[in-house]
Design a protein around this ligand. Sequence first.
Ligand code: PRP
Ligand code: MN
Ligand code: MG
Length: 181
Amino acid sequence: AAEIADQLTTVLVTEEEIREKLDELARRVESDYDGKELLLVGVLKGAVMVMADFARALNRPLEMDWMAVSSYGAGTKSSGVVQIRKDLDTDLTGKHVLIVEDIIDSGLTLSWLLENFASRGAASIEILALLRKPEAAKVHIDSKYVGFDIPTEFVVGYGLDYNERYRNLRDVAVLAPHVYS
Ligand code: PRP
Ligand code: MN
Ligand code: MG
């Protein structure tokens, strides 16, 4: 544990704050999607924790599917080149799709994903993102459900990685610059 603490500077969002926020967002989603069939689409791998906790916060029927895309590779900056590693198994025709993401950084991943989903015949497409970095936006993403706006720092934990590590941390924390510089 001491070893991991040396690699982080500050905790930005605690486990408890995440839980409370996801509950709050879940109540909004329950009301907004009343009477509609809901498909949650989690964006692997970062969204795994948000998806697991948010889906359980929802007191209503739903379907879950997963899309695996990656734009960051091993670095700390978005390449803007998004690759599909796993496509959906679900036909989106007529579905009310809620894309579940851990973070909107430059916005390039979701911008690409929205365009990719646009022609698949969904009844509606909205976005839920636990975190957003407003000052890092390269494209505007209309995200209906946002947990926390955070500063432009490299954050890890609760699904977010650096070089595939730190995803299992319970809080969202700032990665110490000495780790990646
Ligand atoms: C991260 C994060 C978002 C995306 C946000 O994914 O999980 O999906 O980057 O960045 P953007 O708004 O600048 O596009 P990453 O590509 O690192 O893949 P991962 O989820 O497997 O870690
Ligand atoms: Mn991701
Ligand atoms: Mg990543």
